[in-house]
Design a protein around this ligand. Structure first.
Ligand SMILES: Cc1ncc(COP(=O)(O)O)c(C=O)c1O
Length: 407
C-alpha cells in the first residue's frame, strides 16, 4: 500500500500547477508556515502515524468496507460498489482529517479548534476529535444550515462544542467560512482553524488530502481483493472536494480507471445563484486564501450559490481538483437537487442504505453513467449517512415518494 503521506503535489509553495498557494494577510503568513512545518514533522514522526492508525482502527472503525450493491447492479446492468465511509464513527469521511488536525493542534500547543461546517458533518467530526484529545471547539455554521441540519447541531452541543451562527448573506457554507476566518484572524496563536475540506491556504489542501487518502489507499487494496482488478470508474461528490480527493488520489496514475467528480446543479445550472457547479461553470479566482476555479458575480466577488446539500454549496473548490480538471484526468459533471433526492430514495429502497444528500449526488451520477451504457464496474464513495437529512427530506419531498404523513 502507498504511504498516504507521500504525494508529489503540491510544490513547496502549495501550488498544484497554477492553483492553490497561500493568499493570506501578513499576520497569517508566519502561522501558515508554522502549521506546514509542524505537519511535515508529523509526517516523519512514527509516533504520530502510529497514534493516527490506532484511532482510525479502534475509534473510527476503519477500514470501512466496500459493499457490492447487487440489487442496484442487477437493476442498472453495471457492477456498482460502495466505499462505506457512512459507517465511520460520526457518520462520514470528515473524521479522517479531523483526527489528524486535532492531534496536530495538540502537538502545536493550541488550546482551541475552530471550523466552519455546512451539513454539520465536519462540525460533528471536529467536535468529536476535540472532545477526544481535550481541546475546546467553536463551530461556525450558517443560520439556514443550523435549521436544516438540526440533529448535527444537537450532536455538536452534546459533544461540548459551541455552535456560532453565521448570519450574513445566504447564511450557508460560504458565510460560515467567512465567519470562521474572521474569528481565526483575531487569535491565530491559541486557535487552529481546522478547515473542513481540501480548500484554504497552503498547507490545508495538501494536509486534508493526505489524511483523507486513507479512503483510496484502502479501496485500491480491497477492490482488487474482491474482484481481482481495479474499478473501471470512480465516482465521488465534490463540495470542497475532500472525500473525492481521498478516493481519487490512490488511482490518479491508473490510466485505465475513469474518474468522475460530481458537483451540485441545484435547481438550475442556467441561473446564477441556483447551483454550485464551480468546476463546470466557474473561472480561476482567489477567495478564502487560495486560487482555484470559482463562481463569480458581475463584480468578480464570490457568487451566491445553492444546493439542496448543505455540504456542497461552496463557490470555490479544492485547487487540486482545478488542476485535475485542466489536465483532463478527472471529468466533472453535475446532478440536480431532484436527481439527488431520487437517488437518496433509490439507494434506501434498493439496498437498505440511507445516504447523505451530498453522497446521493454521487449515487445519482453513477446511475446516470449506468443508464448511458458505461461498462464494467463503478466504485462510488458513499461519503456519509443520511440520518441528518431525514426530517428535511421527508418534509420537503416525502409526498412524491409516498410519505404523506409521519403518523
Ligand atoms: C457526507 C458528506 N459528503 C460530502 C461532503 C462534501 O465535502 P467534500 O467535498 O469536502 O468531501 C460533505 C460536507 O459536509 C458531507 O457531509
Amino acid at each position: 500500500m502507498k504511504n498516504s503521506f507521500e504525494h508529489s503535489m503540491p510544490n513547496s509553495e502549495g501550488y498544484f500547477g497554477e492553483y492553490g498557494g497561500s493568499f493570506v494577510p501578513p499576520e497569517l503568513e508566519k502561522i501558515m508556515r508554522e502549521i506546514n512545518e509542524a505537519y511535515e514533522e508529523c509526517c516523519k514522526d512514527p509516533d504520530f502515524q502510529t497514534e493516527l492508525a490506532r484511532l482510525y482502527k479502534h475509534f473510527v472503525g476503519r477500514p470501512s468496507p466496500i459493499f457490492h450493491a447487487e440489487n442496484l447492479s442487477n437493476k442498472y446492468g453495471v457492477d456498482i460498489y460502495l466505499k462505506r465511509e457512512d459507517l465511520n464513527h460520526t457518520g462520514a469521511h470528515k473524521i479522517n482529517h479531523c483526527l489528524g488536525e486535532a492531534i496536530l493542534a495538540k502537538k502545536m500547543g493550541k488550546t482551541k479548534l475552530i471550523a466552519e461546517t455546512g451539513a454539520g458533518q465536519h462540525g460533528v467530526a471536529l467536535a468529536t476529535a476535540a472532545a477526544l484529545v481535550g481541546l475546546e471547539c467553536d463551530i461556525y455554521m450558517g443560520e439556514v444550515d443550523i435549521a436544516k441540519e438540526h440533529p448535527n447541531v444537537v450532536r455538536m452541543r452534546i459533544l461540548g462544542a459551541n455552535v456560532i451562527p453565521a448570519t450574513h448573506g445566504r447564511k450557508t457554507l460560504k458565510e460560515a467560512v467567512d465567519a470562521a476566518f474572521e474569528a481565526y484572524l483575531k487569535d491565530p496563536i491559541t486557535q487552529l482553524y481546522a478547515i473542513g475540506s481540501v480548500v484554504g491556504p497552503h498547507p490545508f489542501p495538501k494536509m486534508v488530502r493526505d489524511f483523507q487518502s486513507i479512503i483510496g489507499n484502502e479501496a485500491r487494496v480491497q477492490f482488487q481483493e474482491m474482484t481481482g482488478k481495479l474499478p473501471d470508474n470512480l465516482v465521488a461528490c465534490v463540495g470542497g472536494g475532500s472525500n473525492a480527493m481521498g478516493l481519487f488520489s490512490a488511482f490518479l496514475e491508473d490510466e485505465q480507471v475513469a474518474i468522475h467528480g460530481v458537483e451540485p446543479a441545484g435547481r438550475s445550472l442556467q441561473t446564477p445563484g441556483e447551483h454550485a457547479a464551480t468546476l463546470t461553470l466557474g473561472e480561476p479566482g482567489v477567495m478564502h486564501g487560495f486560487k482555484s476555479y470559482m463562481l463569480k458575480d458581475e463584480q468578480g466577488e464570490p457568487q451566491e450559490v445553492y444546493s439542496v446539500a448543505s455540504g456542497l454549496d461552496y463557490p470555490s473548490v479544492g485547487p487540486q481538483h482545478s488542476y485535475l480538471k485542466d489536465l483532463g484526468r478527472v471529468s466533472y459533471g453535475s446532478i440536480s437537487d431532484d436527481e439527488a433526492i431520487d437517488a437518496f430514495f433509490e439507494l434506501s429502497r434498493q439496498e437498505g442504505i440511507i445516504p447523505a444528500i451530498e453522497s446521493s449526488h454521487a449515487v445519482a451520477y453513477a446511475l446516470k453513467l449506468a443508464k448511458q451504457g458505461v461498462k464494467g464496474s463503478i466504485l462510488i464513495n458513499l461519503s456519509g449517512r443520511g440520518d441528518k437529512d431525514i426530517d428535511f427530506v421527508v418534509e420537503n419531498y416525502g409526498a412524491k415518494y409516498g410519505i404523506e404523513s409521519l403518523i
